[in-house]
Design a protein around this ligand. Structure first.
Ligand code: C2O
Ligand code: CU
Length: 489
């Protein structure tokens, strides 16, 4: 593991936290939905090797508005990043270069990998330097994502554009018959909102509501006002809610049903028919949608119906809107037969859990303490199954994300979780007053010095301290405090 290059000074990316006014930019017409390119890779000595470079650029985020040019940041481009595709069983290496003037990190959200490779706050990539990580992919097919995770700076860097998808493939998913032609009938959809000021500049906004930055510009793969040309009867959407604070409530404008076939950690064993799908920041979903020739239908988000949400003001202005219009061609490739593969993972049973831990998310703390980079909040023994109970007394929602593992939701307030939360998950919504019990097993990787994170994935909450750190060690013992990462090169 190497940290190379010159040290950089830490200067802000230029976002402000005052109260700018939001520009009224409606798309003028539509543009084709951009499909993030697949990241190029090379197999070197049996290791699939990728390069991702964080860099600045200028982007047109709104269809038909070339005059609105937005300063952005992306990986290998001006905004967002390429889709990094890998297979279970492969060894991968990623050289992450930071061409920015600020420190960043590169976190693999949803990936099961050693803490040192996970890209959390303890593994900085200093300005103008490169960090190379390597691991063996050891998990079933899934839609994951990558984003920066520098403590206190995540919202700013993600809003600027640092987000990309990861697709993990495996034998079972390849044999499933599910649509798999990338960008044609297997379509990545990074859904995000942005607060743009009157000049089209991206802002983070503090103190405007309880959740963080919510904006009225809805982007699909980085552009507002897109249209996807459907050429197949059956289309698989791989959706990421990549927003900082917006709770999506997705549906099609004609209320057509779709099949949920995958959640954060991979495919379900049975499809679930839905007409609406709530998705909190950081969560993913894979769905299958059927189209008839010449169909035209919008994928929209409704104002979320959040149980217990105190008052609208605490949620920000999460108004309804359209992310992308699907327009089917006059003749469509016919759907082939598909079947979801059986779940090859070890199933988790509550009676096997050896420990129960409690987490309370109360603004702005996790368990009444503010995130401290030097403090270890939990130490887990590798191989153990644990139950984590998460609650919030706040009047507004949070969510909860755990690094390294995929968990199951045992119950919510003592009852069965809704059907869309019954698969493998790494992020779960947490509504006001709710008590959510999760079961997870920590496998393979130990490190007595580098922690994984658990936190609220509302990025402003995470940045302001609603995050904790856990170690996974051989014997479940370890230090209470650890050294800060070395910075400055
Ligand atoms: Cu998506 Cu700790 O992050
Ligand atoms: Cu939160």
């Amino acid at each position: 593991l190497m940290l190379t290059g010159l040290a950089g000074m830490t200067i802000p990316l230029g976002l402000t936290a005052c109260s700018p006014s939001q520009g009224e930019f409606a798309p003028v017409g539509t543009v084709p939905l951009p499909i993030p390119p697949l990241a190029e890779s090379e197999v070197v000595d049996g290791v699939r090797t990728f390069s991702l470079t964080a860099q600045t650029g200028e982007s047109t985020l709104i269809a038909g508005r070339p005059e609105v040019s937005t300063p952005t940041v992306g990986y290998n481009g001006a905004f967002l990043g390429p889709t990094v595709r890998m297979a279970d069983g492969e060894s991968v290496r990623v050289a992450a270069e930071n061409r920015l003037d600020v420190m960043t990190t590169l976190h693999w959200h949803g990936m099961h990998l050693p803490a040192e490779m996970d890209g959390g706050p303890h593994t900085p990539i200093e300005a103008r330097s490169t960090r190379t990580v390597e691991w063996d992919v050891h998990q079933p097919a899934a839609t994951l994502w990558y984003h920066p995770h520098p403590h206190g700076e995540t919202e700013e860097q993600v809003l600027k554009g640092l987000t990309g998808l990861v697709i993990v493939d495996d034998e079972a998913s390849r044999a499933s018959g599910l649509p798999d032609e990338y960008g044609v009938d297997d379509v990545p959809l990074i859904l995000q909102d942005r607060f743009l000021d009157e000049d089209g500049v991206i802002h983070r906004v503090e103190g405007d509501n309880a959740l963080g930055t919510v904006g009225q510009t809805l982007l699909a793969n980085g552009v507002s006002g897109t249209e996807f040309s459907v050429s197949a009867e059956l289309v698989r959407l791989r959706i990421l809610n990549g927003s900082a604070a917006r709770f999506l409530d997705l549906s099609f404008a004609d209320d057509r049903a779709f099949s949920l076939v995958g959640t954060d950690g991979g495919l379900l064993t049975e499809p679930v028919e839905l007409t609406r799908l709530p998705l909190s920041p950081g969560e993913r979903a894979e769905m299958l949608v059927r189209f008839a020739p010449n169909d035209r239908v919008e994928l929209q988000t409704e104002e979320p119906e959040i149980p217990g949400a105190g008052f609208a003001a605490s949620m920000g202005d999460q108004t309804a809107g359209v992310f992308v219009v699907f327009r089917a061609e006059s003749s469509l490739a016919s759907a082939r037969a598909w079947q979801l593969p059986p779940d090859g993972r070890r199933q988790l049973h509550e009676e096997d859990a050896v420990r129960r831990r409690e987490f309370e998310l109360r603004m702005p703390f996790l368990n009444r303490r503010e995130m401290d980079m030097e403090r270890i909040d939990a130490i887990v023994r590798v191989g153990d199954t644990e139950v984590w109970e998460v609650t919030t007394p706040d009047a507004f929602p949070h969510n909860f994300h755990v690094h390294d593992v995929q968990f199951r939701v045992l119950d919510i307030d003592g009852g069965k979780p809704p059907v869309w939360l019954r698969g493998w998950k790494d992020t779960v919504p947490l509504h006001s007053g709710q008590h959510v019990r999760l079961i997870m097993r920590f496998e393979d990787y130990t490190d007595p010095a580098v922690p994984y994170m658990m936190h609220c994935h509302l990025l402003q909450h995470e940045d302001s301290g609603m995050m904790g750190q856990f170690l996974v060690t051989e014997d479940g013992a370890g230090p209470d405090r650890i050294a800060l990462p070395e910075t400055g090169g």
